[in-house]
Write a protein that binds this ligand. Structure first.
Ligand SMILES: Cc1cc2nc3c(=O)[nH]c(=O)nc-3n(C[C@H](O)[C@H](O)[C@H](O)COP(=O)(O)O)c2cc1C
Length: 266
């Protein structure tokens, strides 16, 4: 073999070894960096995140498609939004409930599955349970909103309304035709755990609540977000122990005698 060929092969061998070495060191660095950034020290090796558990339902009820145009502008809805605590006795329709649920957690991005309210790292830790007291065409009980299907899953709890009424929920929620129960799985997904986002999860409940307020205002209905009695409601309705009930949101038609809060600033 000629001298120049030997030199070339030696050079090739050393440069290949050098490049492999650099790549290996970088990979190790990256792995270390990932471990530091994404895993809290206390739980890095011990905690297994709870994965969403598919539930079984007595039946799944398809909801009417939500409308993407309303008669009220966003500015008008913000300007008129008030907590309204009195409801007419008239039932809500499934179309109204569907529209309200869509505003809370509906899928607004068919490709990526993103929802109506923002969520840190796209985790979407909230479930909306629907306590149906007086909805035309729907048996009273407890349902889970299934955003992917725009449907309700019947949680086979025929006595849910009575159980709710025996709980420490605010009186206003015991008078509404429908009540949304926002329940968060704080440990849902590794990413959520990794950034210490307990606070973020509560914030997300606020975003959902505001969406419901504005949709309710746009539909000329009445609502108020309530946090009173959340823990007791979780127990009363036998909600997944791994979840935390954050908000209870009763919604109904406005009572005819209820006068709107006078506007002083516009
Ligand atoms: C986090 C939070 C919790 C609330 N909890 C209750 C509650 O338990 N009961 C209730 O009647 N109103 C509750 N409210 C509604 C407030 O009382 C209401 O937003 C406040 O009076 C301001 O009036 P506005 O919503 O008409 O602007 C709550 C509001 C927030 C933001």
């Amino acid at each position: 073999m000629r001298h120049s060929t030997v030199s070339f092969l030696a050079l090739l061998f050393f440069s290949t070894t050098l490049i492999c070495g650099i790549l290996l060191i970088n990979a190790k660095r990256e792995a270390l960096h990932t471990t530091t950034v994404t895993q809290p020290l206390s739980t890095a090796t011990t905690t297994t995140p709870r994965l969403p558990v598919p539930r079984s339902y007595a039946s799944v009820i398809s909801l009417p498609s939500p409308k993407l145009k309303g008669a009220v502008s966003v500015e008008e809805a913000i300007a008129d939004r008030r907590s309204r605590r009195t409801f007419a006795t008239t039932p809500l329709t499934l179309a109204q409930v569907s529209q309200l649920l869509w505003s809370a957690q509906g899928i607004t991005d068919q490709v990526g599955g993103k929802r109506a309210a923002p969520s840190a790292f796209d985790v979407y830790p909230y479930t909306v349970y629907v306590l149906a007291r007086s909805i035309t065409g729907l048996t009273p009980g407890l349902y889970e909103y299934l955003p992917d299907k725009q449907a309700l899953g019947d949680m086979h709890m025929p006595n849910a309304v009575q159980q709710f009424d025996a709980s420490k929920a605010e009186a206003v929620a015991k008078a509404a035709p429908v009540t949304f129960i926002l329940s968060a799985a704080f440990d849902k997904g590794l990413k959520q755990m990794s950034t210490g986002t307990t606070g973020s999860t509560y914030l997300e409940g606020g975003h959902i609540g505001e969406n419901v307020y504005l949709e309710t205002e746009s539909m000329k209905l009445a609502t108020v977000v309530t946090a009173g009695g959340v823990d007791d409601v979780k127990t009363a309705l036998n909600i997944d122990p791994a979840e935390t009930v954050v908000y209870i949101i009763p919604i109904g038609n406005r009572a005819p005698q209820a006068s709107p809060t006078p506007k002083t600033n516009l």
